[in-house]
Design a protein around this ligand. Structure first.
Ligand SMILES: NC(=O)c1ccc[n+]([C@@H]2O[C@H](COP(=O)([O-])OP(=O)(O)OC[C@H]3O[C@@H](n4cnc5c(N)ncnc54)[C@H](O)[C@@H]3O)[C@@H](O)[C@H]2O)c1
Length: 366
């Protein structure tokens, strides 16, 4: 397999996870790291033997030959940095969300098309073996036709130094953790057509690093997605959930059975399946640990895209899905604010079954 030259922009917490994951792939040549806090970039370069360090993204894009940018900067910088990289003819993997504004996200997709490069964004959970196991089960009718799904995801909320922004405008539990279930349910049940929602601030003040902060974003959201044909999914995402059973956080119910997913949707774990039409005790469910489950981690996305580029394979993930998830979340916020049902107009290539990928993408010459 040929190696794809990759550069990382943003050398913070998330880069600590991404960089070693990228470095382990035989398809990746991690050639540069970039951060205005240049000591951060240098320490990554030293620890992982990365040849180039940059302080400025424009300089990296104009002077270095590479094929894929992993954008791991703070949320407000996702769209502007994605734009610069796409204009410079680079493929882009971006941490979630792809942009904070829907029009900008759609403009970025058009820009990628115009420059014949790809744009993808976290979450990457549709490539995880448990997701694929569930998608196969749905497509083969293992539990009949599925009309109902629900998932609950969250925690007591971030509290580490530097985490105040999670509670400020643009943060919130829906965008931080609900995004994983919105990706999961749209990925399994198909694009959402409309949404109703409730969202609120349950705990108006938090202490972060010894300092009191006012909570401006939602810390408790419930939304109901309509996937068409009377298929509905319910998602709850909060920073006010102290405890939850981890052996199932997601359930899908069909006309011929039901299945549950263990773990949270950022790193799905075992799947339990019941075939039949009775209410059954846990002992009567079959539990599966899909092959490769343990190798999937939430930071897999950039490495996966690099590997697809190296193999000339069309990725299962798409920028269209990321934009759809963004639209669904923004629509949920609007629905919660106005108390009305909000339509969702975007869509994406679906279903997301790994074995159905037939077309290929080529290498963009830079
Ligand atoms: N922290 C988490 O647990 C987590 C998990 C999943 C996803 N994410 C997402 O990943 C992204 C990064 O999160 P993080 O926790 O690593 O943030 P962070 O603040 O730790 O790191 C961001 C880095 O980007 C750098 N940066 C700022 N401006 C820049 C610029 N113009 N050019 C290049 N670099 C610049 C900062 O100096 C910093 O080193 C966020 O969008 C976040 O939502 C975070």
């Amino acid at each position: 397999m040929r190696k794809v030259r990759v550069a990382v922009v943003g050398c913070g917490n998330v880069a600590e996870k991404y960089v070693p994951h990228l470095q382990r792939s035989t398809a990746v040549d991690l050639v540069a790291v970039c951060d205005p806090l240049v000591d951060r970039a240098r320490s990554f370069a030293q620890a992982y033997t990365i040849e180039h360090t940059f302080q400025d993204i424009d300089q990296m894009l104009s002077t270095l030959d590479f094929e894929l940018l992993a954008n791991l900067t703070p949320m407000p910088l996702h769209a502007p940095i994605n734009r610069l990289a796409l204009e410079a003819g680079r493929n882009v993997w971006c941490e979630k969300p792809i942009a904070t504004d829907l029009a900008e996200a759609q403009a970025l997709l058009s820009l990628a098309q115009q420059h014949s490069v790809g744009l993808w964004s976290a979450p990457a959970n549709p490539i995880s073996p448990p997701f694929q196991f569930m998608a196969q089960a749905l497509s083969t009718g293992t539990i009949g036709r599925v009309f109902a799904a629900h998932g609950i995801i969250g925690s007591s909320g971030p509290g580490w130094p530097g985490s105040a922004w999670f509670y400020q405008k643009g943060g919130g539990s829906l965008f931080d953790v609900g995004v994983y279930n919105v990706t999961l349910f749209t990925g399994l049940l198909g694009p959402a057509q409309s949404v109703v929602a409730m969202a609120g601030t349950a705990i108006p003040q938090r202490i972060i690093n010894g300092e009191a902060i006012t909570v401006e974003a939602d810390d408790n959201t419930a939304l109901l997605l309509d996937h068409g044909n009377a298929v509905y999914s319910v998602i709850q995402a909060g920073f006010v959930y102290a405890a939850q059973r981890q052996d199932w956080t997601v359930q899908l119910i069909g006309t011929g059975g039901a299945l549950t997913m263990g773990g949270y949707a950022w790193e799905p774990e075992e799947i339990s399946v019941y075939r039949g039409d009775q209410v059954r005790a846990p002992g009567q469910w079959e539990t599966f640990r899909p092959q490769g489950q343990a190798t999937y981690v939430w930071q897999s996305g950039a490495t996966y895209i690099a590997e697809c580029l190296a193999k000339g394979e069309k990725p299962l993930l798409s920028g269209e899905h990321a934009v759809h998830v963004l639209e669904a979340m923004l629509a949920a916020k609007r629905a919660a604010k106005t108390g009305s049902r909000v339509q969702i107009s975007s869509t994406f290539p679906w279903p997301l079954l790994a074995h159905e990928r037939t077309t290929t993408i080529g290498r963009k010459a830079i």
